[in-house]
Design a protein around this ligand. Structure first.
Ligand code: B12
Ligand code: SF4
Length: 583
């Protein structure tokens, strides 16, 4: 047994709700891959005994599903010979919470290191450190910008020798992923999430240039990827602890240059009898990659997040999302549907030309023409690390100074055409119109006609709609049964009297559960109606109908003048000269 101990505590912070309470659940939705990455890296250091005869122990906490035991952590690190708290994968909206945690740990003399997209994004794009990062440094925290693969030895040795630097900046040196340690979380942590999914990234980087995106400025535009052997090992390690569902967190798996080899290996594993399922994130051009959708489905993909973002070509151009070809949306979505994969699409509201009228019109077209299962809305947000944010900082344009609100579910800037109230109202309206009874029935009918498991679909629709309307959080940060800890309130907000706090909290839990039950019963009635229909397989509507090459749909006609005449674009029907040239 080693004579000395080094203790690493990894915490993935959550963020605060509008009342200053940590957003936290009995079960969160998806475990953090950032936490899995750091845990895997430190376990690797422990296995290699990088400190010689020192036992390196590491404990991961995900605050979205665990109340952080501050006193216990402080006691454990003090009892060890050295150690630190790593605040992991801290996004901008989580930075205020990370700062409050830093204060608590630093007051107890515990070394703290903060990493993740907020610090990496700011270092990548801003000429100087923003005040919140300077504040973290002034509290004595070390800031880690960039990726940690291949660099954890340096950090652990620095903590052990008490020589941590205030800033580690590796933004210009992206590590090779083919030789990196693998992300992993113990089953104990994964079981705190609703669906027993674990996550891993099979690659990083995306070649496109969307102006609202932080990823390209932090992880780069070159595809870096893991090997099929690594993917197999991740799946086998998890299967050995009973976990067979995965969220592959690559922002754009279709641009992972190793996608085919990875999918082929997954298909081989399934053919060998290993049963697993996974979720992917892809772009709207993925259907052009030969065999991509078929192989993804065969390899076990049952859900896919698609970066649709908008159906208006002007909006897409304004955001430099030139790769989104709206005239191919239907074909692409139909291809996923034919493969039996449930589709989710992100839709951003607030591009410069958006108005409430245009958005309303676009929603009707979207519902009628696109065979999408779930759509989720986001406020266009200048996230630190994006080109949009950099430009607004440079031009001194107003942005909400409270980064806790940068969760894409809050408006944090002004819009050139819509008033603040109009923008907020149309955001809420979109959630209503795309989840109304008529549309839910339409989505379920489309699913039933193509043999999709409609129960999973109606539960998903309910979970998304309820997160926003009942829990008041974005579905991507929602969970099951909201927890609130009276004493863990945002710094600067008064602790509430227990005699007021607890009865109100109990009332809230009761009321929300009642609303969830009502929503479930309402959607279940629709689902039962759809499933009971003897003609369900014969259902057909505009979105399911295949479009021929020379046909103009309402979507294309509406945006005819805005569609750029690039290669592959439909020829404008109104323009005889162009038509003639094309012929
Ligand atoms: C998977 C994912 C999720 C998952 C899980 C979260 C997770 N972190 O795994 C879910 C679906 C829950 C999610 C939700 C949201 N997400 Co998200 N998510 C991602 C995604 C696609 C991958 C995250 C990941 O695994 N990255 C790979 C890891 C390994 O990278 P990393 O976190 O940077 O960590 C490395 C380094 O930073 C460093 N490091 C990090 N921490 C530490 C700590 C120490 C001590 C050290 C030494 C080093 C270190 O080492 C790590 C390994 O190299 C990223 C985009 C991306 N490419 O990262 C967006 C991203 C992080 N998400 C983002 C956002 C905005 C959100 C939401 C707020 C939005 C929303 N409404 O959907 C919610 C927030 C809810 C929440 N509670 O997390 C933004 C954050 C931007 C910003 N400036 O804040 C990103 C960057 C995407 C974007 N739109 O730009 N997300
Ligand atoms: S396609 Fe997605 S990951 Fe790639 S640049 Fe655009 S938003 Fe970022």
């Amino acid at each position: 047994m080693a004579s000395k101990t080094f203790r690493a505590i990894l915490i993935k912070p959550s963020h605060y709700d509008d009342d200053g309470y940590v957003i936290q659940w009995a079960r969160s939705s998806i475990p953090s891959n950032s936490l899995a990455a750091l845990y895997g890296l430190i376990r690797d250091c422990a296995d290699r005994s990088i400190l010689g005869d020192v036992d390196i122990a590491v404990t991961p906490y995900d605050e979205t599903n665990t109340v952080i035991p501050f006193h216990k952590i402080i006691r454990e690190i003090r009892a060890a010979d050295a150690g630190f708290v790593g605040l992991v994968g801290v996004q901008s909206n989580q930075f205020p919470r990370a700062l409050d945690m830093t204060r608590t740990f630093r007051e107890a003399g515990i070394p703290v290191i903060i990493g993740g997209f907020h610090v990496s994004g700011c270092l990548a794009m801003l000429p100087e450190l923003p005040d919140d990062i300077k504040e973290a440094q002034s509290l004595g925290a070390a800031i880690y910008a960039g990726e940690a693969e291949g660099r954890m030895d340096e950090i652990i040795e620095a903590v052990w020798e008490d020589r941590l630097k205030p800033l580690y900046n590796y933004m210009h040196d992206l590590p090779e992923m083919s030789r990196a340690s693998l992300p992993f979380l113990p089953a104990d942590n994964v079981s705190r999430t609703a669906g027993s999914y674990t996550s891993f990234d099979s690659g990083r980087g995306c070649p496109f240039q969307c102006s609202f995106c932080t990823i390209i400025n932090v992880q780069g535009r070159k595809s870096r990827y893991r090997t099929p052997d690594d993917i197999e090992e991740i799946i086998r390690r998890n299967a050995a602890q009973g976990i067979k569902r995965f969220f592959i967190t690559d922002d754009n798996f279709a641009r992972n240059k190793n996608w085919e080899a990875i999918l082929d290996r997954m298909i081989a594993l399934r053919e060998e009898g290993l049963r697993f399922k996974f979720i992917l994130q892809v772009d709207t051009l993925c259907h052009r990659l030969e065999g991509f959708i078929e192989k993804a489905a065969k390899a076990g993909c049952n859900r896919v997040f698609i970066g649709l973002e908008n159906i208006d070509p002007d909006a897409l151009m304004a955001a430099k999302k030139r790769q989104n070809k709206i005239w191919e949306y239907r074909k692409m979505l139909q291809a996923w549907k034919d493969a039996g994969v449930v589709t989710y699409a992100g839709y951003i509201l607030g591009f410069p030309d958006d108005t409430p009228e245009k958005i309303r019109r676009n929603m009707e077209i979207l519902k009628k023409e696109l065979p999408l299962d779930l759509v989720e809305f986001f406020f266009l947000t200048p996230l630190p690390g994006s080109e949009d944010h950099q430009k607004m900082v440079r031009e001194g344009v107003w942005m909400d100074p409270d980064v806790n609100k940068y969760d894409l579910n809050h408006r944090v800037s002004h819009h050139p055409k819509m008033s603040d109230a109009e923008w907020e109202a149309i955001y809420r309206e979109c959630w209503e119109v795309c989840f109304d009874e008529a549309h839910v029935e339409r989505v379920l009918r489309r699913g039933a006609a193509r043999g999709v498991k409609t129960k999973q679909l109606f539960m998903g629709l309910g979970a998304f709609y309820g997160s926003v309307t009942i829990e008041k959080v974005h579905p991507l940060e929602a969970g099951f049964l909201r927890r609130k800890v009276r004493r863990q309130r945002r710094r600067g907000m008064k602790l509430e009297n227990p005699l007021l706090f607890y009865p109100r909290y109990a009332g809230e839990v009761f009321y929300k559960n009642y609303q969830w039950a009502k929503l479930y019963l309402r959607l279940r009635r629709i689902w039962q109606r759809v499933e009971a229909d003897p003609d369900k397989l014969a259902y057909m509507d505009e979105a399911l109908r295949p479009v021929s090459e020379d046909e103009t749909t309402e979507l294309m006609a509406t945006f005819e003048d805005a569609i750029p005449q690039t290669h592959g674009a439909p020829v404008k029907k109104k323009d005889p000269a162009r038509l003639e040239a094309a012929e």
